[in-house]
Design a protein around this ligand. Structure first.
Ligand code: NAD
Length: 331
């Protein structure tokens, strides 16, 4: 105790600074530096000072209302935004559309004409519309972007969820057959070129938005996969396509930075979408056990939650985020 009191900085002076200048951002730093200057004293005393310092810093930080601070940082609520979600009729895309609408945004579902897009859009009401389209078609994607403008007046967010996969080895030595080049090209065309097609056409519309105080006009969120990093046997085409999405993230973010349009990619692990839900129970629980924590398949709502967080947070850009419960896929 004696040591703590010997080590005390001038708390009353600090307290009066905090009281007089609750909004001074330098105060936190001042608190820390005063506490850190006494590092020669015992570890216990230092820990005590740090806790007091943290309490004071948080006092200083919370004295300005949460809403005011978010406004200063240009954190914008998803409410009122207009999003275009490819693959929005199923799985991760559908969960994203549902979250956008439930949070007060509007959404255009871009999905194949054969998908459930129309019924999903109808079930979500007036703030949702369906654009039957193929992500690889310039004309289709242009129409979907135009629908966002016509129906909801603008486009703030494009989320690329449309994707396909094949499971084929590079060479089948038993049958003496190489991987089909057509299959490889198709997966790359839909996943990588389709994603790029949507980005290049969506940003043309976002560029028309009035920038906010940060100069921010819009946001692109892509979907890669952990297979971009830990591709398994039989995933050559899929991994290559997802690796391409990872690779395009930073250069596109740099290309679009002058227009205030951000680009972020999510690399999901194993999620319980129709793709995986169709697998036998035994296989699903085997897959779930591979995830360190939480040891289960991800829920699509957890993906959708990250999408809206990324759309709202202006500081994240040019980054790929794994959403996988620390999963590292085995060969
Ligand atoms: N589910 C997972 O565990 C998981 C893991 C990692 C990555 N991903 C990726 O997330 C994305 C969504 O996966 P999901 O599990 O929700 O799949 P899903 O099959 O449930 O949904 C994919 C949607 O994309 C649509 N689509 C396919 N090709 C299209 C095209 N050419 N044009 C327009 N729409 C097209 C489909 O109609 C479907 O509605 C995919 O890119 C997938 O690779 C999924």
């Amino acid at each position: 105790m004696a040591e703590v009191s010997r080590a005390e900085p001038n708390w009353s002076k600090l307290r009066s600074w905090v009281g007089r200048n609750p909004d001074n951002p330098g105060l936190s730093a001042a608190c820390h530096s005063l506490a850190e200057k006494r590092q020669s004293h015992s570890a216990n005393a230092l820990r005590t000072r740090r806790s007091i310092c943290l309490v004071w810093c948080s006092h200083s930080c919370t004295s300005r209302s949460h809403a005011q601070r978010e406004k200063m940082a240009n954190i914008r609520s998803i409410k009122g935004m207009v999003g275009l979600v490819t693959g929005g009729a199923s799985g991760l895309g559908k969960a994203t559309v549902e979250r956008l609408v439930s949070q007060g945004a509007s959404a255009v579902i871009l999905d194949l004409p054969s998908s459930d897009g129309l019924s999903v859009a109808k079930s979500l009401g007036d703030r949702c519309a369906f654009a039957p389209a193929d992500v690889t078609s310039e004309a289709d994607v242009r129409s979907a972007v135009a629908l966002a403008r016509e129906k909801f007046g603008r486009l703030d967010l494009a989320v690329n969820c449309a994707g396909i996969a094949v499971a084929v080895k590079t060479y089948n030595f038993k049958k003496d057959v190489p991987h089909s080049l057509e299959d490889f090209t198709r997966v790359l065309t839909v996943n990588a070129a389709g994603t790029f097609n949507v980005i290049r056409l969506a940003v043309g519309e976002m560029g028309k938005n009035e920038p906010n105080a940060d100069g921010h006009r819009g946001c692109i969120i892509n979907t890669a996969s952990v297979a971009a990093f830990d591709g398994q046997v039989g995933q050559v085409a899929y991994s290559a396509s997802k690796g391409a999405i990872v690779g395009m993230t930073l250069p596109i973010a740099r290309d679009l930075a002058p227009m205030g349009i951000r680009v972020v990619t999510i690399a999901p692990g194993l999620f319980s979408t129709p793709l995986l839900a169709g697998l036998p129970e035994k296989v699903q629980s085997f897959l779930a056990r591979q995830v360190p924590f939480p040891s289960r398949l991800g829920d699509p709502t957890e993906y959708a939650h990250l999408v809206t967080s990324l759309a709202e947070n202006p500081m994240i850009n040019g980054e790929v985020i794994r959403l996988d419960g620390a999963l590292r896929m085995q060969p």
